[in-house]
Design a protein around this ligand. Sequence first.
Ligand code: PLP
Length: 368
Amino acid sequence: MNVKQQLLSLKAYSPGRTIEEVKKQYGLEKIIKLASNENPFGCSPKVAEALAALSSQFALYPDGAATVLRQKVAEHVGAEQNQLLFGSGLDEVIQIISRALLDETTNVVMASPTFSQYRHHAVIENAQIREVPLRDGVHDLEAMLGQVDENTRIVWICNPNNPTGTYVNEAEIVSFLERVPKTALVIMDEAYYEYATAADYPNTLALLPRYENLMVLRTFSKAYGIAALRMGYAVGHADLIQKIEVTRLPFNTSTVAQAAAIAALDDKEFLEYCVKVNEEGRQQYYEFCEAHDIPYYPSQGNFVFMEIGKTGDDVFQYLMQRGFIVRSGAGLGLGRGVRVTVGKREDNEQLTQLLLSFLNNSREETRS
Ligand SMILES: *Cc1c(COP(=O)(O)O)cnc(C)c1O
């Protein structure tokens, strides 16, 4: 049986090995997973409270319009309710938008490396892909602009960029939006928005009314800590959002995810705590890198990419055998180095100790 030709060049997403598998393989008791930028503190205790009350509703379909969550999020972002599109994580939002906008006559412009799903769905929709290499780890907006033409439907800007953690600032985005043709939708993927602390990190929601071709993506998977439940959303112009909505499945976000997101949004204290500890954790990693001459990208997310090791896979293996799962740069398109999620203080500390012993080992090897 044949599938669409373009699928043959892709692989189904492989999440890597599970904690249980790694434990068994290396005979480890405890594994710290710092591989997928999940919140090391879990989620607000209010989420579990909200979910406990739900079990009587499991037989019923969810509210396909996510009415209550929609009201909450509209208020939260300062937009109208009809400007929102909800998905089962941003992964699904990216799929929904790609399905609605792309076909073989169109092209998409994105950075490289960046979040893998933009490319994945462009391939499935048979769109042409124009990848623009990062410059010093940062989106090269000028070069990206040069790739936009009348057939460009989407420009993906991952801000901060996954896997580098780097960001483009307000002035750079505004300058880009002023010049890019209105026929290209500029999508700012702000999956790590809550963690961004730079004073010039763009306030894209405030820019939205000025640019009809701007859209902003946010998720509950990272700082809000409910990745398991799947909830993300787009904020855009109402007319475009309504057109795209047609490709959304009727009950794409569950009752459980909607209730959890509402509760998570209500607990501002938990979020503030996580953001503060994350900033300290980033600093912890920077100090380690600087003390040992390891190049790294300053990050606005909850992860830091460090250029360490010969291949990326070597550091990854070394850490995994010792109970830490991170992401190898090799699999992220960055080659040498690893992307490490900012964890709890004591976990970051242990991880940097292991990295130090890795460095000492490899320095001894080069000497002998
Ligand atoms: C994690 C991540 C996503 C996907 O998040 P979900 O909402 O869990 O699907 C999207 N974009 C970027 C840049 C991410 O890092």
